[in-house]
Design a protein around this ligand. Structure first.
Ligand code: F6R
Length: 606
C-alpha cells in the first residue's frame, strides 16, 4: 500500500532514500516525501505526485544528514495533497514519522491531543503518531520510551518508522503491515523498509520483523525487542533476488520486462519440482500422502491471485476433488463451513494483502488446515498459515501482476495434482503426458513471446469502447484475468465471461465496436466456437486465441497463436498473449503502465 524506507549510515542519506522510494513506488504513488536529520535538526520535504516530482524539488537543506526516512503513499485517510504526504511531524518538527497501515483509534487520539494543545495540519491518521511521541517527550520520557509508549497506544495496523531530533537513531515498529531490516555492516549501513526491493541494490542481508517487534537502529547496530523492551531474536537471512532482476533493464516498463521474464520465472517455479524423467512431482514439504486427510479445498484470494485460485479450483474439480475459489474479501461475510478436513489455500503473491490475510485468519480460527501460496519469503501469510509453498517468480514491480499469475497457476496445478492423488487415491493417469508438457512450458511461452502478433492487434482495436474476453473451463479464469489486466492498465472497459454465459445477458452489449477475445484451450472448444459465433454474427470482431489450424480461424478476424498443448497448460500460454495485448493497447493509449491510477501493488487495508 505505502512504501517506507529508512536508513542509518556513515554518509549522506538523501540519495539512498530517493533511490529506495523509486524502488518502492509500486506500493503507492499519490505523494512522496523524505526527512533527514542533520546538525540543525530534522528537515522534511514532501509533496503530492510521484517520486520523480519530489526529486526535482529537493533542495540543499537536505543535502547532509546520515539518518533519514522516506515514504511513498497510496492514500487511505485524506486526499493526496502536499499536507497529507508523509513524513508527518509534531508541531516543533522534533519528531518525524512515516507510516503504512491504518490507525483505527486515530480520531480518539487526535481529539485527546487537540485538547492538550496539539495542532494538526493534515487529514491523516498518521499525524497522531509524532504528536503522541512529542506528548511523551514533553512528559519527561527519553526518546526510546516515548516511542514505545506512543506505539502502545495505537490500535489498528501499522509499520512505523520514526526519527527524533538530536540523535542518529531510527525507531520502527510493526503490527499487521510488513517491515524488514536490511543490514550492510560495510559501507551502506542499516535500512528499514516495507519491502526488500527498497534497498536490494545496497544489501541482500535482511531480517523480517514480526508483529509486536520494535527496532532501534543506531550507526553501530540494530536492536530488536518487543513492545515492553524484552529482547527478541530474529534470523538474518540472505535474499536470493538479484538487484538486476528488480530493475527495468532495457525494457520501457517493468510490466513488459516481467511478461518477457516468464520463461525464466516459470523455469524457477518448476525447478526441482518435476523429477528428471518428468514422471513425478516433488513438492518440498508436501510428499505423497500429505493430503490424505483432506476432503475439500477452498482457495481464498483477491484480484489476479483469485483468478489463479479459480484455475486451481477448476483443475481440482476436474480431478474429482471438491474445490472452490472464494474472493477473500467476501469470505468474511459468508465463509462456507470448514473443519479439520478442509484445506484452505491462501493465494497471494505479496503475502500481505489484508483481505486475504483476514480470510486466512478466519480459516485458522475455524480449525481448517491452511497453506499459503506466495512469492514472498517471510511474508505475513507465510508466517500465519500452517504451511507454505513459494511460487519463486522473483520480484514483481509492475502493479499489474503478470509473471506471478503464471507461477501461481503452475504451483496450484502441481499442488492440485498432489492433493488429487491423495484424496482420490488415484495418482493421476494423465501425469505421464502432463508433466513433460509442463517441463516444456517455459519454451512454449518463449515461442509465444517471440512470435506474438499482439502489438498489431492491440493497435488495430485500440479505439474500441469496450472489450470482451471469453473462455470455457480453464479458459474461463484466463478470460477473467485478460479482462482485469486490460481494464487495469488501459482504463478502457473490459469484461471477462465464461463463454457460455455470453448469451445469458452480456450479448446485449455486443456490437461491431466490441472486440471479443476468445480463448480456446482444447476443452469443449466447439462450445466456445458457437459462443464466439453468436457474437460474430452481431458484428463483433473475434480474436481467436488458439493453435494454428484451429477451426475457430475459419471465421475469426484475428489470431493470437498458442501451441497445441495439454488443456491444463494451454490457458497459461493464452494468458501471455492477453498480457501482451493489454500492454500494447495501454502503450498505444499512452497510459502510465507500471503505475495505473488509483492502484497499488500491495493492498494492506481491508
Ligand atoms: C492485478 C493485481 C491485483 C492483485 C491483488 C492481490 O494485476 O495485481 O489484483 O492480484 O491485489 O494481490 P496479492 O496477490 O499480493 O494478494
Amino acid at each position: 500500500m505505502c512504501g517506507i524506507i529508512g536508513r542509518v549510515g556513515s554518509d549522506d542519506a538523501i540519495d539512498t532514500l530517493l533511490t529506495g522510494l523509486e524502488n518502492l513506488e509500486y506500493r503507492g504513488y499519490d505523494s512522496a516525501g523524505v526527512a533527514v536529520q542533520n546538525g540543525s535538526g530534522i528537515k522534511v520535504q514532501k509533496r503530492s505526485g510521484k517520486v520523480s516530482e519530489l526529486k526535482e524539488t529537493i533542495d540543499s537543506r537536505l543535502a547532509d544528514g546520515q539518518v533519514g526516512i522516506g515514504h511513498t503513499r497510496w492514500s487511505t485517510h485524506g486526499p493526496p495533497t502536499d499536507e497529507n504526504a508523509h513524513p508527518h511531524t509534531d508541531s516543533t518538527t522534533d519528531v518525524a514519522v512515516v507510516h503504512n497501515g491504518i490507525i483505527e483509534n486515530y480520531a480518539e487520539l487526535r481529539s485527546c491531543l487537540t485538547a492538550r494543545g496539539h495542532e494538526f495540519t493534515s487529514d491523516t491518521d498518521t499525524e497522531v503518531i509524532p504528536h503522541l511521541i512529542q506528548h511523551y517527550l514533553d512528559s519527561g520520557w527519553d526518546n526510546e520510551t516515548a516511542f514505545r509508549m506512543a506505539i502502545s497506544e495505537l490500535e489498528g495496523s501499522y509499520a512505523v518508522a520514526a526519527m527524533l531530533s538530536g540523535e542518529h537513531v531510527l525507531y520502527a515498529a510493526r503490527k499487521g503491515s510488513p517491515l524488514v531490516v536490511g543490514v550492510d555492516e560495510g559501507t551502506d549501513g542499516y535500512f528499514i523498509a516495507s519491502d526488500v526491493p527498497a534497498f536490494l541494490e545496497f544489501t541482500d542481508t535482511v531480517t523480517y520483523l514480526e508483529d509486536g517487534d520494535v527496532v532501534v537502529v543506531r550507526p553501530n547496530g540494530v536492536e530488536i525487542t518487543d513492545l515492553e523492551g524484552r529482547d527478541v531474536s530474529r534470523d538474518l537471512e540472505t535474499v536470493d533476488w538479484d538487484p538486476e532482476q528488480a530493475g527495468k533493464g532495457s525494457f520501457d516498463h517493468y510490466m513488459l520486462k516481467e511478461i518477457f521474464e516468464q520463461p525464466t520465472s516459470l523455469t524457477q517455479t518448476i525447478e526441482g519440482r518435476i523429477g528428471r524423467s518428468a514422471s513425478e512431482i516433488t513438492l518440498e514439504d508436501f510428499p505423497p500422502g500429505s493430503f490424505t486427510d483432506v476432503d475439500r479445498v477452498l482457495f481464498v484470494a483477491c484480484g489476479t491471485s483469485y483468478h489463479a485460485g479459480v484455475y486451481g479450483a477448476l483443475a481440482l474439480n476436474q480431478a474429482g476433488v471438491h474445490a472452490q475459489a472464494l474472493l477473500a474479501n467476501e469470505y468474511s461475510v459468508a465463509a462456507p463451513p470448514v473443519d479439520g478436513r478442509t484445506l484452505v489455500v491462501a493465494v497471494t503473491q505479496s503475502g500481505e494483502t489484508a483481505d486475504t490475510l483476514g480470510a486466512l485468519r478466519r480459516a485458522n480460527e475455524a480449525g481448517a488446515r491452511t497453506v499459503t501460496v506466495t512469492n514472498v519469503v517471510g511474508s505475513t501469510a507465510v508466517r500465519e498459515a500452517d504451511e507454505s509453498l513459494l511460487i519463486r517468480a522473483g520480484p514483481e514491480i509492475g502493479v499489474a501482476a503478470t509473471k506471478t499469475f503464471s507461477s501461481q497457476a503452475v504451483v496450484l496445478t502441481l499442488l492440485g495434482q498432489r492433493i488429487a492423488a491423495d484424496v482420490t487415491g488415484d495418482p493421476s493417469a494423465d501425469l505421464d503426458s502432463f508433466l513433460p508438457s509442463l517441463s516444456n512450458l517455459p519454451d512454449h511461452v518463449e515461442y509465444v513471446l517471440e512470435e506474438s502478433d499482439a502489438e498489431r492487434i492491440a493497435r488495430r482495436y485500440r479505439e474500441s469502447p469496450s472489450y470482451f474476453f471469453i473462455g470455457r473451463g480453464l479458459g474461463y479464469p484466463v478470460a477473467l484475468e485478460g479482462a482485469l489486466k486490460f481494464k487495469e492498465i488501459t482504463y478502457e472497459h473490459a469484461e471477462g465471461f465464461a463463454s457460455g454465459e455470453l448469451k445469458h445477458g452480456p450479448l446485449a452489449l455486443v456490437t461491431p465496436e466490441t472486440p471479443v477475445f476468445a480463448v480456446f484451450t482444447g476443452e469443449e472448444d466447439e462450445q466456445t466456437l458457437k459462443n464466439a459465433a453468436e457474437a460474430g454474427t452481431r458484428g463483433a470482431p473475434i480474436v481467436a486465441v488458439c493453435p494454428d489450424g484451429h477451426p475457430a480461424l475459419e471465421t475469426a478476424d484475428a489470431h493470437l497463436e498458442i501451441p497445441d498443448l495439454d488443456p491444463t497448460l494451454a490457458g497459461l500460454v493464452a494468458n501471455v498473449q492477453l498480457q501482451l495485448v493489454s500492454y500494447y493497447a495501454a502503450d498505444a493509449l499512452g497510459r502510465p503502465i507500471d503505475k495505473p491510477r488509483n492502484l497499488a501493488k500491495s493492498v494492506t487495508v481491508e
